[in-house]
Design a protein around this ligand. Structure first.
Ligand code: DQQ
Length: 471
């Protein structure tokens, strides 16, 4: 059956049809990138979780592979939940959570950690010894999921998200063979303000520091921060493997848009730390369900740490392989009011640099794909020093406006990727990113560049039409 194409993404990872959520098992294996994802292959709604699978030679052109994991065993009867992957000496090893609903209504779960292996990177065999960790530690509960495994020196390490009553935590295990795991202890836990459950943890070195990335449930909104139901964010700190002491600073949200969650990373053979998230959110209205599918993964982003211990996220350089036509819209142009730019395609990357030393406007930016009734607006509020992504007229009314602080007095550089139902904004070399789904209801393509209540100077505005990788 043909899916309605109107919102099908052109250059993002999606399932062939039906539901997807978290990225899982991001890994390089035998020279190719593999990404798996939480998937319900029989319905556009979340349900018994399988692992969907895609692979790529270049992080940009993806190929669908057969479903990697289905919940066939008693220890995973209610789903193969999120997890990670490692290349264990030529054996592609998936480490995932077996989910059992003890009482779904009361949210009582019995979760354990399991393993499946493959030597062709296509078909996976579950270990007969599963689950390899059958019970949570005393510091946790049956909410015990999303194992992330990595190697340090000669040992394997695994972190798992858990909760104890209403305190979210990450716990650590150690192994020599990926099968027998020894409990080390709690790596980090909520101080009472950071939620009741920590999902999808990841732990890695970046710029000489250790980063604990995780997705807490139950953090309340605070002004411009934490405005989604759940958020992905991180701690930057120092870690000592000998004592399991992790000393870190405060929690920082990783992206400030509407649809970005359950982020995972991999370290690739070029030494890059690459992150991919689920590009949707539990509370969104998910209009693509009408078309028989739901959910997607974000573009891969390369992470670096700046001098203020903030993670910067930039689109991986391979994304330039998608560019087909280039259009130089303008250079060194002073602007007040608005300027219309036609586009003939709906898959677009754009680069837009403003000179803030020549800006008297209150707000500058871009209206995307629309008229006043149906438009996504990206603005920089010059006085407040905030980047503002207004999705309140992006075809699903309940998604409002997101604002995030962006200190900029010299230049504002925007890189924006617009797909048929998404927008990903990278501002000032990844200092701020905003990721949201949009659902344009009108046909108009194109943009309107604007400078409100004053002038600005556009240093460069270049657009590229992008390839549709799914044809
Ligand atoms: N989704 C998975 C869980 C994870 C949650 C289940 C986060 O493993 O904790 O689909 O979206």
């Amino acid at each position: 059956q043909q899916l309605n194409k109107r919102y099908r993404l052109g250059f993002h990872i999606m399932a062939p049809a039906n539901w997807i959520n978290d990225p899982n098992g991001l890994v390089q294996y035998k020279g190719e990138y593999h990404a798996f994802y939480q998937h319900h292959p029989y319905d556009e709604n979340w349900g018994p979780m399988h692992w969907g699978h895609v692979k790529s030679k270049d992080l940009v052109h993806w190929e669908h592979m057969p479903i990697a994991l289905a919940p066939t065993e008693s220890y995973e009867k209610d789903g193969c939940f999120s997890g990670s992957a490692v290349d264990d000496n030529g054996v592609l090893t998936l480490i995932y959570t077996g989910n059992i609903f003890v009482d779904k209504e009361q949210d009582i779960l019995d979760q354990s950690q399991c393993i499946a292996t493959s030597t062709d990177g296509i078909t996976f065999t579950k270990e007969t010894a599963n689950p390899v960790i059958s019970k949570h530690p005393a510091e946790g509960s049956g909410h015990f999921r999303d194992p992330k495994v990595w190697k340090h020196e000669d040992s394997w390490y695994m972190i798992i998200g858990t909760r104890q009553e209403d305190t979210g935590k990450v716990v650590l295990y150690k192994s020599q063979d990926l099968r027998a795991w020894q409990y080390v202890g709690v790596l980090a836990e909520s101080d009472g303000t950071l939620g009741y459950m920590w999902e999808c943890p990841d732990f890695f070195e970046l710029g000489g520091k250790h980063i604990l990335l995780f997705s807490p449930q139950g953090v309340g909104a605070e002004g411009d921060l934490y405005n989604n139901l759940f958020q992905t964010g991180y701690f930057v700190g120092d870690y000592d493997y000998k004592t399991n002491a992790f000393k870190s600073g405060s929690f920082t949200e990783l992206d400030n848009g509407h649809d970005f969650y359950a982020v995972q990373t991999l370290l690739d053979d070029k030494g890059r730390r690459i992150a991919i998230g689920w590009m949707d959110m539990w509370e969104s209205s998910m209009p693509t369900k009408e078309d028989g599918w739901c959910g997607a993964l974000t573009l891969p982003r390369e992470l670096t740490l700046n001098e203020n211990n903030k993670i910067l996220m930039k689109p991986v350089e391979e994304l330039s392989l998608l560019r087909t036509q280039q259009q130089k819209v303008c250079t060194d142009k002073s602007l007040s009011g608005s300027y219309l730019v036609e586009a003939t395609q709906d898959l677009i990357e754009l680069k837009l640099d403003f000179d803030l030393t020549k800006t008297s406007a209150q707000a500058i930016g871009l209206k995307i794909r629309g008229t006043n009734q149906d438009v996504t607006k990206l603005a920089f509020d010059v006085e407040q020093q905030k980047l503002v992504l207004d999705c309140s007229k992006s075809g699903k009314g309940e998604d409002g406006v997101r604002r995030t602080a962006l200190k900029a007095d010299q230049q504002l550089s925007l890189r924006v990727f617009i797909d048929r139902s998404s927008i990903e904004v990278f501002a000032n070399d990844g200092e701020v990113t905003m990721t949201s789904r949009i659902y344009p209801t009108e046909e108009r393509l194109g943009f309107e560049l604007f400078s409100e209540s004053g002038e600005t100077e556009v240093i460069d505005f270049t657009c590229w039409e992008l390839e549709d990788i799914w044809g």
